[in-house]
Ligand binder design. Structure first.
Ligand code: HEM
Length: 444
């Protein structure tokens, strides 16, 4: 699994021993837990790859110190408190976390904005460009594209699902549905990955990651400028495809939904950079969790074969609870805030703190997810916080509620689906992104 895994193994032993020791040896060692914040940020890629360690630590924290505040770092681990942080968006803000990096890459974008008039206007316009009948269209596109890739792999009886399917199909959806194919598929995929990595996962400000993203952003901006002009020409001739880009440009006709061309470019750019590796990661990690559990894999396969989409989706989202895309959401605390006021968990978070809202912890909270260690398909979808919560809850959620199960369904339905032997059959990460996961099968 390369160097990230090695780093994780080091971090794992060091941190787990240290953490348990801290609780044994007493209060003063809790101070050192601020290291946890730095380690999580520095090694985020490794933590994403192996959530078991973080789950174990979160379980301890929930029992012993559910809201741990050390200096200007706050770890929030219970479901109710994670939601309280994400709901109190006037106090727990995002701009200082995302906005600078967005400005330097894809441009100003809603996820880097507080609940301002500009946020509401732009979020409203983006939602207006998604139509209710799109979801059926997306499901069909994903089904066809997935089936075509599987058909090609049938003679070999094996395929790389992460790099060869779960990344390819969302990239093609970005071309066809969002209207941004890029000059070619590898370039488009490179842009999506490098820019996303920098904005959302380069917590340690690795200069190589920043540089790759800046290069990609310069290329993408130039491309989008001329692509928008070309699209307008097609629209004038009545030959434009009906996609997200054409719709945003059509919305320019009314003043209330008009974004200028620069605004269309940064919004389309902002949406598509979050649309490929997110989906690929979710699909790869959900499949990996199912492969770890033969009974659940068989249950999901039966649901897929019976065409029971609701049950199949329940398998997928429960699998993601164990290994979500984001184990945490970061926020900045503007003013002193008493969290969980009046409960035994009450904690004062000082102004200026960095707040780790541990969504992974929330989804392991026994008060909301009884017997959290059990894989169950009867948990209400609404309780999952895989797609975040509150003002910034994922814009792509309705798409991915359809897309992630659609990507997995034909794969899980394959006869004798199993991991390839050895390392190939484990997820190989490129930094924080699943890049390769080889499975074998006996046929359709
Ligand atoms: C399975 C794949 C995905 C997962 C798990 C996911 C998860 C998330 C999460 C957790 C957030 C909240 C971030 C925060 O509060 O700090 C978020 C926000 C967002 N996501 Fe996704 N995402 C996925 C795919 C997508 C896709 C495909 C798109 C685009 C079509 C997208 C667009 C966005 C946008 C625009 C926001 C910001 C919304 C706002 O600020 O109002 N995401 N996503």
């Amino acid at each position: 699994m390369g160097s990230f895994s090695d780093k994780l193994h080091e971090a794992e032993g060091e941190l787990a021993g240290f953490f348990r020791g801290a609780f044994r040896e007493g209060e003063k060692l809790l101070q050192d837990l601020s290291n946890l914040a730095e380690m999580v940020k520095k090694e985020i890629a490794a933590w994403i790859a192996r959530p078991e360690v973080l789950r174990m630590l979160l379980e301890d924290l929930q029992r012993l110190r559910p809201n741990l505040v050390v200096g200007q770092k706050a770890f929030v681990t219970k479901y109710a408190d994670v939601l309280e942080v994400l709901k109190a968006n006037g106090n727990f803000t995002v701009a200082s976390i995302y906005a600078d990096k967005m400005r330097r890459t894809s441009g100003d974008f809603i996820l880097g904005m507080e609940d301002t008039p500009q946020y509401r206007r732009e979020a409203g316009i983006l939602h207006a460009a998604i139509h209710p009948d799109d979801f059926a269209r997306i499901r069909e596109f994903d089904r066809e594209s997935t089936e075509a890739i599987i058909t090609q792999a049938l003679p070999q009886g094996r395929m790389d699902v992460a790099g060869g399917l779960f990344r390819q199909v969302p990239a093609r959806l970005v071309s066809r549905y969002f209207g941004v194919p890029g000059p070619d598929e590898p370039t488009q995929m490179r842009w999506m990955r490098t820019i996303f990595w920098e904005i959302f996962l380069n917590f340690s400000n690795d200069p190589q990651v920043a540089q790759a993203a800046e290069q990609s952003s310069a290329e993408m901006k130039a491309y989008l400028g001329s692509w928008i002009m070309a699209r307008k020409a097609l629209m004038a001739q009545g030959r434009a495809p009906d996609d997200f880009l054409t719709r945003l440009l059509a919305l320019q006709a009314q003043p209330e939904t008009r974004l200028d061309d620069e605004g269309v470019g940064r919004n389309v750019g902002g949406v598509v950079v979050g649309a490929v590796d997110t989906t690929c990661t979710a699909a790869s990690q959900a499949l990996d969790e199912l492969l770890k559990r033969p009974d659940q894999l068989e249950g999901a396969r039966q649901a897929a074969l019976a065409g029971n989409d609701a049950l199949f989706s329940a398998y997928v989202f429960e699998a993601l609870r164990f290994h979500p895309l984001n184990p945490l959401l970061l926020r900045h605390c503007e003013k002193d805030y008493t969290l969980a006021a009046g409960t035994p968990r009450q904690a004062l978070i000082p102004a200026g703190s960095e707040v780790f809202a541990m969504t992974l912890g929330g989804m392991m909270d026994p008060e909301v997810f009884p017997h959290p260690e059990e894989f169950r398909t009867d948990r209400p979808y609404e309780s999952y916080i895989i797609f975040g919560y509150g003002q910034h809850r994922c814009f792509g959620e309705p798409i991915n509620r359809v897309q992630v199960p659609a990507l997995l369904k034909s794969v899980v339905a394959l006869k004798g689906l199993r991991r390839a032997p050895g390392e190939e059959g484990q997820i190989h990460y490129d930094g924080p992104f699943p890049d390769r996961l080889v499975v074998e099968f006996d046929g359709r």
